[in-house]
Design a protein around this ligand. Structure first.
Ligand code: PGA
Ligand code: ZN
Length: 406
């Protein structure tokens, strides 16, 4: 995977940040710029945006006050000048924005989560409590994240009953390894998908849930109280011409039939959260789903809101979903990300901080989750270093502070 890493220097210190990349991207996301006309890396190289950082952005930021995050971000936004950051690319802009945040906090001897917390508290005009988030671990991968036949993209476990983060990770790891042995016994593949979850071929989405339930049963934990389930349908990936195409099950469903299908799953399994249950443009479908299960289920907009303040505001006024997934490369700067988070907070929408399928060793989303008090993070299975790096970072923040959990 080709991504951009930027280093920002302040006197004798420096800090760097890497912008991740997504596979199931939404239409409303900021633009990820690549050198499509260059054959290097099969058209995926980023030489142009890197040149722009080195030649233009670095000059403009020379002698700039690194502690003025909003001014830095506004400058980056102005330099691009397009709505979806098509000129410079959100991948270039975000790497500068995060690296500046890291450099600022480092030069002040401040942990990054504290820096994010100060920014958000100042913005909201009140103190935001920092919180160690409950992880949602994606232990079974489908959709665009795997080469199997499962249509739903992510099957996650939520260690809801754990008393602290360490216990949450212990429980989740045990369930993950149990799932591996169950798949092995059944002669199914234990190869993993993009986010570290297993990616076997199965007959139905329901079968995936049954396997996870069996993996929980093999521990002393109770499904429904200790452990709950969360789904990311990434439904825009299988919605076409008004129809939801469940290829793995050989079924085609209308909006209301698919909402009913999800309600059926939520009735039979303790599903606490469903992300992108409907296509990003299926407003009527979202209204039906929200009305049907929004009262008992966290309904999360990922492609639907694209971490975009304006798109989220519209969704809130349309009364669709009740939570927003926060991926800062969907919008492109820290300041705009905090704007979206504050809109959600002001409207009782839950924030969930998220990784991308194309992740790196950069663990700053863990700091973002703690500093904004989001309460939830999704960052993959307890497998593959780019996922585990985020859990390790949370572990150390937890050890060094006395923040509450979840
Ligand atoms: P993406 O997947 O990074 O491929 O968009 C993550 C998600 O949809 O939550
Ligand atoms: Zn998603």
């Amino acid at each position: 995977m080709i991504v951009i890493e930027t280093e920002v220097f302040v006197k004798d210190i420096s800090a760097s940040a890497i912008c991740p990349s997504g596979a199931s991207t939404g239409t409303y996301e900021a633009f990820e710029k690549r050198d499509i006309n260059n054959k290097k890396y099969l058209g995926k190289s980023v030489l142009k945006p890197v040149e722009f950082i080195n030649k233009v952005i670095s000059n403009k930021l020379k002698n700039f006050n690194v502690h003025q995050q909003e001014k830095i971000d506004n400058l980056l936004i102005r330099l691009d000048g397009t709505k979806q950051k098509k000129r410079v690319g959100a991948n270039a802009i975000l790497s500068v924005s995060i690296a500046s945040a890291k450099a600022s906090s480092k030069s002040e001897n401040l942990d990054l989560h504290n820096y994010f917390n100060i920014l958000l508290s100042n913005k909201m005009g009140k103190t935001i409590d920092q919180v160690i988030p409950i992880p949602m671990l994606n232990i079974l991968n489908g959709g665009e994240h795997a080469d199997n036949n499962i249509d739903i993209q992510e099957f996650m476990i939520i260690p809801k009953g754990a008393v602290n983060f360490s216990q949450a990770m212990q429980w989740s790891s045990e369930i993950y390894w149990n799932l591996k042995s169950i798949l092995k016994e059944k002669g199914l593949s234990t190869a993993v998908g993009d986010e570290g979850g297993f990616a076997p071929n199965l007959n139905t989405n329901r079968e995936a849930l049954e396997l996870i339930a069996r993996a929980v049963d093999k521990t002393d934990l109770k499904l429904g109280s200790d452990i709950c389930i969360s789904l990311d349908c990434a439904a825009s990936e299988f919605y076409e011409n008004g129809t939801y195409h469940l290829k793995g099950e050989d079924r085609e469903l209308t909006s209301s039939e698919f909402a009913e299908y999800l309600e059926g799953l939520a009735n039979d399994f303790p599903i606490m959260s469903i992300e992108d249950g409907m296509d990003e443009n299926d407003l009527e479908g979202w209204k039906v789903l929200t009305k049907q299960i929004g009262g008992k289920c966290q309904l999360v907009g990922d492609d639907l809101f694209a971490t975009n303040p304006e798109v989220l505001k519209k969704g809130i006024s349309d009364e669709i979903a009740n939570s927003v997934l926060i991926k800062y490369n969907q919008i492109g700067t820290i300041s705009e990300t905090l704007e979206t988070i504050s809109i959600a907070l002001n409207n009782d929408y839950q924030n969930i901080i998220s990784h991308r399928s194309g992740e790196t060793e950069d663990s700053s989303i863990s700091d973002l989750a703690v500093g904004t008090g989001a309460g939830q993070i999704k960052t993959g299975a307890p497998c593959r270093s780019e996922r585990v790096a985020k859990y390790n970072r949370l572990y150390w923040i937890d050890k060094k502070n006395s923040f509450s959990y979840g």
